[in-house]
Design a protein around this ligand. Structure first.
Ligand code: SF4
Ligand code: FES
Length: 327
């Protein structure tokens, strides 16, 4: 099936959504997605950040769709024409979506463990406006423990349902979910107040904001002061392929590896995540590929060193004397 997104045509199999087709073209046309998650069935359709304009439904029916559609839930039709960043209405409408998502979100980024890898920060920066029109009191909740390893800050939750679907689809018993509806909706557990099984830690990795955080890592380090490396170990429960976050020689955190869309490549077990915090537990494969524009790559100066060497070489060739070496 042929679909054109922001002027770029691509051929995709039947059943592909607009979002997936856009991702196949690349980040320059792919809409942001706060609730859709490739590895989670039935995800998407909650946040509306992925809206696009369909200016031609298909070759057979060239009428435009009357309203913006959620690209993560809308399948491509042959001959469909879609506008994302090339549509000023969509860019403007998405600013409104971001404003809604931020309406109840506290601006506690300076003390939030997700800072530096928060998708809502990225979304606000790349697709939001500088101001909010919201004047009312924000929702407030107590911070609660969900078991001994996970902390829930409900104030930061954007109700994307990813954690609920993760618990439902990859663990053997979901004990948490979204209670109530509308502005009273909240993530909560029932009865034991614990999410406790071998894969429960994955809810932390799928959470796009700092609502679910790893208690073994909380307040230990800002993420941009750590160095992520890909590592593996022999594990009987999962593939054992993880991302190990180092501060010097110390393993400060273990997470799943994430791809360019910030989605986990493979879910990992709690034993890898929480119980192996020594470098000797891991076979280090090498530095993780972190996107250049991420604050996490901020302190990794390899490319700057290369640049510095080139500049020095050029200066030498030109006979340039640096200021601090001048007589
Ligand atoms: S806690 Fe995180 S993953 Fe769960 S619904 Fe809220 S924002 Fe989404
Ligand atoms: S990513 Fe499509 S609605 Fe959330």
């Amino acid at each position: 099936m042929k679909v054109t997104i922001d002027g770029i045509e691509i051929d995709v199999p039947k059943g592909t959504t607009i979002l997936q087709a856009a991702r196949l073209i690349g980040p320059e046309v792919a809409p942001p997605a706060m609730c859709y998650y490739t590895k989670l069935k039935t995800s998407g359709g909650y946040c509306r950040t992925c809206i696009v304009k369909v200016t031609q439904g298909s070759t057979a029916n060239p009428n435009p769709m009357p309203k913006p559609v959620a690209s993560c839930r809308t399948e491509v039709m042959d001959g469909m024409v879609v506008q994302n960043y090339t549509s000023p209405e969509i860019v403007e409408a998405r600013k409104g979506v971001v404003e809604f998502l931020l309406m109840n979100h506290p601006l506690d980024c300076p003390v939030c463990d997700q800072a530096g890898e928060c998708k809502l920060q990225d979304l606000g920066y790349e697709n939001g406006s500088a101001k909010t029109r919201y004047e009312f009191k924000r929702r407030e909740y107590e911070v609660i423990d969900i078991g001994d390893k996970i902390k829930l800050h409900m104030t930061r939750c954007i109700l994307c349902y990813r954690c609920v679907k993760t618990a439902e689809q990859i663990t053997d018993g979901r004990v948490h979910g979204v209670m109530h509806r509308g502005d009273a909706a909240e993530i909560s557990t029932y009865i034991e107040n614990v999410i406790d099984n071998d894969f429960s830690g994955n809810v932390i990795d799928v959470c796009p904001v700092g609502a679910l955080t790893d208690k073994t890592f909380r307040f230990k380090q800002r993420v941009w002061f750590t160095k992520p490396v890909d590592a593996h170990r022999n594990c009987t429960k999962c593939s054992g392929k993880t991302r190990v976050w180092l501060k010097g020689e110390e393993v400060v955190r273990v997470t799943a590896r994430k791809d360019q869309w910030d989605e986990v490549e493979e879910f990992i077990c709690n034993s890898c995540r929480y119980d192996h915090k020594k470098t000797s537990d891991w076979v280090i494969e090498g530095p993780s590929q972190i996107q250049r524009n991420s604050v996490i790559s901020q302190n990794h100066y390899n490319h700057l060193n290369e640049l510095k060497l080139k500049v020095l070489k050029q200066q030498k060739a030109l006979g340039f004397i640096p200021i601090d070496k001048k007589p």
